[in-house]
Design a protein. Structure first.
Ligand code: NDP
Length: 387
């Protein structure tokens, strides 16, 4: 077995002679001694050969989750930052040792930067399409935050740009890389709850128009849509992980509080339903007016799985109930790793040219379904056929 004995050689070279004996029994003091690499060690890629990323938009999510997530990444590193605020740009670059930073006016210089292979778009939704397409045209791979864009037409244009450039386009649906959600899906696919009969999901938080990161979400131009675009989309996308086929019909009604001035441009809430060809339906609620909630429940013929909470950054939990057994609470991994796992999976897809788990087509599918929900809600819940 290979044995690394540098520590011992160093001690001898430093004049440390025979081992000291201590204790009544005269047992030897433990000696430092190098060990073999564990056989299954998958060492992180050295920084110089990792995939370089540019982070575009240094807002609350980029600063709070995306950038710190890179500290746990194994294949990815931050090569550049893009921000409209020069002081913030400088501070964040220094803090994380990022070599280059750019303003939005300099965006076209960034896209000429050879140290950047992938671009992470963390801007308000209304800016996703433009900044994604510009980066794709410059030959970068792009991972764009959810929701993919303001309209399905914008999503289509982004997909076309990726195809023409021969580059990867992904949507940052992080729960596809999160241990608790992956465990729920694995157990479901292993048949642990039998046939899926019903799925329900709720997602919401109380929006504060005085808080800048919330203020743009209340405008059509930057938010694209309302609560369903922003938070309800987690429930929609999370639910669709449990189906191999798209739904046939969509219906929805608005649940926006009457006369609430916050919701002059976008909906404050929506209750929605998807129906599938096999008769199963998904029921969801999304709101900017209920206290922070994110949950998902799968009811099967032989048991149920419940993610509660389902899509937080830090503390998702899964409970499994099977016929005749007490519920089991499962925490299969640390949810915080989802951010590193997501960028590493995209880096790997970009380098290898293999499909990414959450491609642009998935983002387009979800925006089309939300548009169908809005069409239904505009007609007081009329059924809208989508497949
Ligand atoms: P913030 O408002 O906190 O950040 C947005 C940043 O975009 C700003 O700080 C600013 O960065 C830049 N920006 C450029 N132009 C504008 C403009 N006209 N108005 C406002 N900001 C502008 O938003 P979030 O960080 O919460 O959201 C950013 C993206 O991340 C959105 O797409 C959102 O949906 C997504 N998101 C995803 C989450 C997830 O769980 N996957 C969670 C939260 C958000 P700068 O000052 O550096 O120029």
């Amino acid at each position: 077995m290979p044995h690394f004995s540098v520590g011992r050689r160093r001690l001898i070279a430093a004049g440390v002679g025979a081992p000291l004996l201590i204790g009544a029994g005269g047992s030897a003091t433990p000696q430092v001694s190098g060990q073999a690499l564990p056989g299954d060690a998958a060492l992180p890629e050295p920084p110089a050969t990792r995939v370089g990323w540019a982070i575009v938009g240094l807002g609350s999510f980029a600063l709070g989750q995306v950038i710190p997530g890179f500290l746990d990444a194994r294949l990815s590193r931050i090569g550049a930052l893009v921000s409209g605020n020069p002081d913030k740009r400088k501070q964040v670059a220094e803090r994380y040792g990022v070599p280059r930073s750019y303003s939005y006016e300099d965006y076209d210089r960034l896209i000429d930067d050879d140290g950047v292979e992938c671009v992470y778009i963390a801007l308000p939704v209304g800016l996703h399409a433009e900044y994604t397409i510009r980066a794709l045209k410059a030959g970068k791979h792009v991972l764009c935050e959810k929701p993919m864009a303001s309209t399905s037409q914008e999503c289509e244009a982004m997909i076309t740009a990726a195809r023409e450039a021969g580059r990867q386009l992904g949507v940052a649906y992080r729960v596809h890389f999160e241990a608790t959600n992956l465990e729920a899906l694995r157990r479901f696919r292993a048949g642990e709850i039998g046939e899926l009969r019903h799925l329900s999901t709720e997602a919401g938080f109380v929006i504060n128009p005085e808080y800048p990161p919330h203020a743009w979400r209340l405008t059509r131009a930057l938010g694209g849509g309302g609560s369903m675009f922003d938070i309800g989309i987690y429930g929609l996308n999370g639910a669709l992980m449990y189906f191999d086929e798209p739904p046939r019909e969509v219906s929805a009604v608005y649940s926006t509080p009457q006369g609430d001035p916050r919701f002059a441009e976008v909906e404050g809430g929506i209750d929605w339903r998807l129906r599938f060809a096999n008769g199963v339906s998904v029921q969801g609620a999304s709101s900017y007016t209920f206290s922070y909630t994110t949950g998902q429940r799968m009811l099967g013929s032989r048991g149920s799985l419940e993610l509660q909470p389902a899509s937080t950054y830090y503390d998702n939990a899964l409970s499994l109930r099977r016929d005749g057994q007490p519920p089991a609470l499962l925490r299969p991994g640390n949810p915080i790793q989802q951010f590193a796992a997501q960028v590493d999976a995209f880096s790997e897809a970009a380098r290898s040219g293999t499909p990414h788990r959450t491609p642009g087509e998935m983002g387009l599918r979800d925006i089309r379904l939300i548009e169908a929900m809005y069409r239904s809600a505009d007609q007081q819940g009329a059924l809208v056929r989508v497949g």
